[in-house]
Design a protein around this ligand. Structure first.
Ligand SMILES: Cc1cc2nc3c(=O)[nH]c(=O)nc-3n(C[C@H](O)[C@H](O)[C@H](O)COP(=O)(O)OP(=O)(O)OC[C@H]3O[C@@H](n4cnc5c(N)ncnc54)[C@H](O)[C@@H]3O)c2cc1C
Length: 555
């Protein structure tokens, strides 16, 4: 559990590296690993959070604790009209491994069509056939390598270790409702119902720090600094070549002779760009920030998956709520994990998944279901005293767009996050149709025989308006913010298809913020793929002898 000691410990003040990577999250760890595979590259990786020593990071169910702990940035959204004026918590990992260290472990890549759409938008090299090799390169698939899967890569991907009667009942009910069985959501097609795979190996989480940094920590050309908050990227003219960060109360400046790669995630990357003078010019000036480049898209186009949950009470004790009711049973779940690496402690944020179409006009699945064999009032909350399961539905490609904007030039001040959930008719329609689809599945004989009652939204919610009101009042994020530094070639796109910040030399971004549109599914595996692909492009450009970015100026 204790990481291998960092061997490269030379002085840092005013030191020079070839590459400086900001943020050791899902995407940042692969970038740092692949760049430092070349012994001649001197790489610095800076992470605002601590080492990943907390034991709950490595036990899968630990996400239920860590997501609301100091290992998360604990962002809070602005009060949002679309969700009944509520402000909700947005956990984001602040630790080695970033959000991959506190997430729900579900391994999903999205649909082939997502990436082909990115390509159609003008992003050369981002079609499904282009990105598949990077998903495979990253992966160590428990089932072995195949046309769609890689083996021997850093990221362990495993089948769930704990079969449950109630989970099988839900799968069978979905099949009864006409949804095809699918044992591989990341294979030829995503559509169907089946068990998720998880980013874990032998019952332990495989964060990107575990997968990518542990094997690299002995390298003398890779330096990893934790508890280091990057405050600003610094420029000579339009060339990014230094960064300033704060650690233990002292400020440091380091130089990057080749490139700086920003991997801060969908909230922090636009924040850091804006703090550094890249963003909407009027907004920056109003905060007294010197403008380096007017980029009106920085912080815009925020997308997220919003979920509404049905809480169902079972007529027999088949849920995890029952497993942890007494001290004796709690102890047994602990023992199960210690002895066999099985049982509730290996659970991810979804046992069973469904990808299906609820609108007739949709060409591919438009909603995703997460079925979890336990229930609580909110994610991370105390489990209910009754035998409960949670069945959530989220729309895969929301139209609603929000923004992330700084309100101060102080890097420690959190930016303002405005999601604008459920702000289009299409999104509202999908939400209500999604909830109705869940009810249809629950009514099938295979599940109905276990169902005592629907606790939430309950019998009182009948009409579409009732269901929408319920979604607005009780729904929550499923933690997938993206697209705030969107890749593209239009005037408001922030990075180009080689992930270079447009209008700037020496600066790339690799994380969920660059997605031209959110993928149809969970976002950790795509972020890791983006990190792998970014590192590949950097090495490719360096090998071709391109000076860092001088061909990238748009102005
Ligand atoms: C509770 C929860 C459950 C989730 N469940 C799943 C799931 O089951 N499956 C799935 O696929 N996805 C899941 N996700 C989403 C997924 O994990 C994230 O989308 C993904 O990890 C984001 O990767 P990233 O590289 O964009 O950013 P991150 O992984 O967030 O990395 C950003 C890193 O940069 C660091 N950083 C930021 N600013 C600075 C700075 N100024 N200086 C230094 N360091 C900085 C951060 O501390 C962090 O370590 C979940 C997310 C959450 C919060």
């Amino acid at each position: 559990m204790v990481p291998v000691h960092n061997r490269y410990t030379g002085p840092l003040m005013s030191e020079t590296f070839d590459y400086v990577v900001i943020g050791a999250g899902s995407a940042g760890c692969p970038v740092a690993n692949r760049l430092s595979e070349r012994p001649s590259n001197r790489v610095l990786l800076l992470e605002a959070g601590p080492e990943d020593r907390n034991i709950w990071i490595h036990i899968p169910i630990g996400y239920y604790r860590t997501m609301m702990s100091p290992l998360s940035w604990g962002y809070q959204t602005e009060p949002d009209e679309g969700i009944a004026g509520r402000s909700i918590v947005w956990p984001r990992g602040k630790v080695l491994g970033g959000t991959s260290a506190i997430n729900g472990l579900v391994y999903i890549r999205g649909q082939h069509e997502d990436y082909n759409y990115w390509r159609q938008l003008g992003n050369e090299g981002w079609g499904f056939d282009d990105v598949l090799p990077f998903f495979k390169k990253a992966q160590d698939q428990q089932r072995g390598g195949s046309e769609f899967h890689g083996s021997g890569g850093p990221l362990k991907v495993s089948d769930i270790r704990d079969k449950r009667e109630i989970c099988d009942a839900f799968i069978n009910a979905a099949v009864e409702a006409g949804i095809p069985r699918n044992d591989d959501f990341n294979g030829a097609t995503q559509e169907g119902v089946g068990n998720f795979q998880t980013t874990s190996g032998h019952g332990r989480r495989c964060s990107s720090a575990v997968g990518y940094l542990r094997p690299a920590r002995g390298r003398t050309n890779l330096r990893i600094e934790t508890d280091a908050l990057v405050q600003k990227v610094l420029f000579d003219g339009k060339r990014a070549n230094r960064i300033r960060y704060r650690k233990n109360g002292a400020e440091h400046t380091v130089q990057a002779t080749r490139e700086i790669i920003l991997c801060g995630g969908a909230i922090n990357s636009p924040q850091l760009l804006q703090l550094s003078g890249i963003g909407p010019v009027d907004h920056l000036r109003a905060l007294g920030i010197d403008v380096v480049h007017d980029s009106p898209g920085v912080g815009q186009d925020l997308q997220d998956h919003y979920q509404a949950r049905i809480i169902a009470e079972l007529n027999r004790p088949l849920s995890v709520n029952d497993d942890v009711k007494t001290l004796f049973r709690k102890a047994w779940t602990g023992l199960q994990y210690v002895l066999f690496r099985s049982g509730p402690m290996t659970f991810s944020a979804g046992h069973v998944g469904v990808f299906t179409k609820v609108l007739p006009e949709s060409a591919t699945p438009d909603v995703q279901v997460h079925f979890i064999p336990f229930s609580a009032d909110k994610p991370g909350g105390d489990l209910h005293p009754f035998s409960g399961v949670t069945i959530s539905v989220c729309q895969l490609r929301p139209e609603s767009r929000g923004e992330v904007m700084i309100t101060s030039a102080d890097p420690r001040q959190y930016p303002k996050i405005t999601p604008n959930y459920l702000s289009t008719d299409y999104d509202c329609r999908l939400m209500t149709e999604g909830l109705k689809m869940l009810r249809t599945v629950m009514k099938q004989p295979a599940f109905a025989r276990y169902l005592k009652t629907e606790r939430e939204p309950g019998d009182g919610a009948v009409s579409d308006d009732d269901l929408l009101a319920y979604a607005r009042e009780k729904g929550n994020t499923i933690f997938h913010p993206t697209s705030t530094c969107r890749m593209g070639s239009d005037p408001t796109a922030v990075v180009d298809s080689r992930l270079r910040v447009r209008g700037i030399d020496g600066l790339r971004i690799a994380d969920c913020s660059i997605m031209p549109a959110v993928v149809s599914g969970n976002t950790n595996a795509p972020a890791i793929m983006i990190g792998e692909k970014c590192a590949h492009m950097i090495l490719e450009d360096a090998a071709a002898g391109y000076p860092p970015h001088s061909d990238n100026r748009l102005n």
